[in-house]
Design a protein around this ligand. Sequence first.
Ligand SMILES: [Zn+2]
Length: 324
Amino acid sequence: MDLLIQLNADGSLDLSNHPKVQARLQAMQMSADLFTSSAALEAFQERFHSEEACADFLLARKWPHGFSCSRCSHTTAFRITTRRLPLLQCVQCHYQASPTVDTIMESSSTDLRKWFTALFIVSSTDSSITARRLSAFIQVTYKTAWLMLRKIRQSITQADAAVKLTGAVSLDIAHCGDDLIPTLYGESDVFPVLIGKAATRLDQPDYVKIQMVSESHYEDGRVLPQGIKTFHDQHIASTAAVTTSTFGIGARRNTVQTDPLVKQASAWMQRTFLGLKKQHLQHYLNEFTWRLNTKLRKLPLFASLLKLCATTPATTYAALLKQY
Ligand SMILES: [Zn+2]
């Protein structure tokens, strides 16, 4: 049967009319319905019942010990309530601080409640969510939902980039291809990813990273020394004790078994996304490892994501388009 192909706003393929895709969408709908009726959603909606409640949360996060002006360090401010969002105006220098300054929500005209709901949805399911579904759920345009999810994933990526693996670190390789990433784009190339696991106990990692390897750093499935060095430099603390799997690192694809973590990441992506382009994949791998690492550290996902997004400066639409 011929596929009915349309393009989404971001240039990705829309294959929603294909029977196989319809079946997947139905399964996704069922899993998505689980969170719409949950008690957690009700508790969330009660806590963040208004724009002001969301703004107050951000202000309290920014100044947990009371206001301190970012210009002059004065500690008293007026609250201005005539705008869409409350502002704090420094009594001394009159600088006006918005609750969204230095957050991913800065300069966004989308209601804070919709932002918070998006963060809640992303963090309250084991899967993730597509821009199309998010746009329907919080009633924003597809482009707005796309941008919100990009900014959320960008903050996850930035947070991960700031973490280096420490202690006993194992480094291994796995290969991704059509069989592992959800692709409807006909991309058939196979490429390696490096998996770093930091562990205080051998059987239980504390923190995991799965990183794609730059195309110039692998050849015929082998990761070149420069690829290993780049991972070391960017993701492993100099004090870490690193164990490298010589079997995996140097082997060609047909002699390498896929790492169970990559299989888990693959299953996670397959549950939600019909197709992902290779150029976007790192951000989704980062979302997968963020979920895993947050659980390994026994931290609550929503509170962690809210904190992350409330402390990551916004990336502009133009900058995001360049990255994606
Ligand atoms: Zn001031």
